[in-house]
Write a protein that binds this ligand. Structure first.
Ligand code: AMP
Ligand code: MN
Ligand code: MN
Ligand code: MN
Length: 356
């Protein structure tokens, strides 16, 4: 069975909410037409299951174990960052890298920002690469920061754009406080230093500070900077209140998209807190979870595949690529989703921008 047939066979619920109208410029395409186009365009470039990109031994053995279905075997990369947030490549260079790596469906998901969406979509479509809109919203839940990825929404939706602007709003003052904390342990000029790495003045993040601290020789790499300076209890860490889970999911859903819990394996929640996160996320209209991401171990793949089934969630896949120099997982260089899961892109078939 081909991907197109898999699409055609299932009943695909349309995204719900006030923003559930076709995006500007996007043609209203019948499901049958889309299934056909998707099948023809994507399968033409579908890699074999022996992935052509470099995979670790761990990844190869995971791939050998999973039960593939054609729906699962799609090199979708639905999580990465450009210089519009804390990545180092511009949207156009990321699109080119995704395409060169064999990605077949791509989304740029900058933190708390959608201003790179039109550029990313234009670049992707120009390269013949199907595109879904994306973002990654910072949320505070049970005192921890949780990231919620949004996919397939209208990037011009006013409530979403406004909510993201308010979420970004506190970053400037937080950055000043981070620099004060670092100055107290002898690292001066960190605010100005971090700014040199910032591509979007509204989005100064810990990653930009990490790059500056590596530059001045305080640490060998950004991982070490986070460990020693930028995590809870360390001199450059400033607690911050981000968006609420209800608001973040609401903005995405009302803009016609699907909300996905990003890299759940990274949060330091107890089992009860994690259960509460997913229960509330579902209650607010969230529908997906990242199962295969650059931040997950093999155990996490198994754990969150089971959780996706328990909570009846769609499964997503994304590298969380930030930079050729810093990221250990390149665009598209991930195991496929298990065929036992329902991939998030099936529910977003009508939101995928296809090259003409
Ligand atoms: P912020 O939104 O300013 O709190 O920055 C969060 C970003 O920092 C994440 O999106 C990652 O890109 C990066 N980050 C967080 N923890 C680490 C870590 N341990 N090592 C490297 N980068 C990290
Ligand atoms: Mn980041
Ligand atoms: Mn994240
Ligand atoms: Mn991310």
């Amino acid at each position: 069975m081909q991907i197109g047939a898999a699409f055609a066979k299932r009943t695909l619920p349309a995204p719900t909410g006030a923003g559930n109208t076709p995006q500007k410029g996007a043609q209203a395409k019948s499901l049958a037409w889309l299934a056909q186009a998707f099948s023809a365009q994507l399968l033409a470039r579908r890699p074999s299951v022996d992935a052509p990109w470099p995979v670790s031994v761990a990844t190869a053995s995971y791939n050998a174990d999973v039960n593939f279905s054609p729906a699962g075997v799609l090199n979708a990369d639905l999580h990465c960052h450009s210089s519009v947030s804390d990545g180092t490549l511009c949207p156009e260079d990321l699109a080119a890298r995704a395409q060169a790596n064999g990605v077949q469906l791509w989304a740029l998901t900058d933190h708390d920002e959608v201003s790179g969406q039109h550029r990313a979509r234009a670049a992707a479509l120009g390269l013949g690469l199907p595109y879904l809109t994306g973002t990654e919203i910072s949320v505070t839940f049970a005192g921890e920061t949780v990231h919620i990825v949004g996919l397939g929404f209208d990037p011009d939706d006013a409530a979403l754009v406004d909510g993201l602007a308010r979420t970004r709003g506190g970053r400037e003052a937080r950055a000043q406080e981070m620099a004060e904390g670092l100055a107290r342990v002898g690292i001066r000029g960190a605010y100005e230093g971090a700014l040199k790495y910032v591509g979007n003045p509204e989005l100064i993040s810990r990653t930009h500070f990490a790059r500056f601290l590596v530059e001045v020789g305080a640490c060998r790499d950004t991982q070490e900077v986070f460990r020693k300076y930028l995590t809870e209890g360390k001199p450059g860490y400033v607690p911050h209140r981000w968006a609420s889970l209800r608001d973040a999911v609401g903005w995405i859903v009302n803009a016609g998209g699907v909300a996905v819990v990003a890299h759940p394996g990274r949060y330091k929640f107890t089992a009860n807190e994690e259960y509460a996160l997913f229960s509330e996320f579902r209650e607010f209209g969230g529908r997906g979870v990242e199962v295969v991401t650059g931040s997950h171990t093999q155990q996490d793949y198994v754990k969150y595949a089971a959780l996706a089934q328990e909570f009846d969630l769609l499964a997503s896949r994304g590298s969380d690529f930030h930079s050729p120099d810093e990221s250990h997982t390149d665009l598209g260089a991930l195991p496929y989703l298990s065929g036992t899961l329902r991939p998030v892109w099936e529910a977003l078939a009508e939101r995928i921008h296809l090259p003409s």
